[in-house]
Design a binder for this molecule. Structure first.
Ligand code: ADP
Length: 191
């Protein structure tokens, strides 16, 4: 089993690349953002609890997201591998994740970060908002807030994996194909 944390700011291309990687390596792709949006669409208790955070561009509470991932890991113990897209996003999430994986006899193999300059992030998300209809992609204020939250709370999670020698940065600017090849090169080194 290979467990990859795909990391990067909103708009860095995690979702797009995770979908391709999951196909190529025949491993699962879990996006906490997607799971949360689905809960909101279905108006589940969890969805109702988090929708205000998401619409402001803030993070969902750690306990909720950690619970979601714990469920997911428990029910996917026999997978060939997993790509975690959008998790962990805070240091407490990273610490809880270590424990959850360990309880299931698993570990993170690597964090791969997609590096993209901020103005390019905003440009991409505004473009995506026009097509996806995602409410949190439509307003430049909300987008800037998500990037600010990323810089304040999420960026440090890279240090957590760097300290454990499980980190590589990949240039996230270029064609989809070019970025994909860079990620594959990192993964192939682990296989
Ligand atoms: P993006 O990376 O473009 O912000 P995502 O689909 O990954 O998009 O996430 C959308 C929103 O879902 C985030 O802005 C955040 O509010 C919430 N979210 C997703 N993952 C997490 C997480 N691990 N912890 C807290 N909130 C999360």
């Amino acid at each position: 089993m290979i467990n990859i944390v795909l990391f990067g700011a909103p708009g860095a291309g995690k979702g797009t690349q995770a979908a391709r990687l999951s196909q190529k390596y025949n491993i699962n792709h879990i996006s906490t953002g997607e799971v949360i949006r689905d809960e909101i669409r279905r108006k589940t208790p969890l969805g109702l609890q988090v929708q205000d955070y998401i619409s402001r561009g803030e993070l969902a509470p750690d306990a909720l997201v950690i619970g979601m991932i714990a469920e997911y890991v428990k029910s996917h113990r026999d997978a060939a591998g997993n790509i975690f897209d959008g998790f962990p996003r805070t240091t407490p999430q990273a610490e809880a994740f270590e424990q959850i994986l360990e309880q299931n006899g698993l570990k993170v193999d690597t964090m791969l970060e997609l590096s993209v300059p901020e103005e390019e992030l905003v440009r991409r998300i505004l473009l995506r908002g026009k097509e996806s209809g995602r409410a949190d992609d439509a307003s430049e204020d909300v987008i800037r807030n998500r990037i600010a939250v990323y810089n304040a709370q999420t960026a440090v999670v890279a240090d957590f994996y760097q300290a454990r020698d499980k980190y590589a940065a990949v240039n996230g600017v270029g064609t989809e194909e070019e970025v994909f090849d860079r990620l594959c090169a990192e993964i192939d080194r682990l296989l």
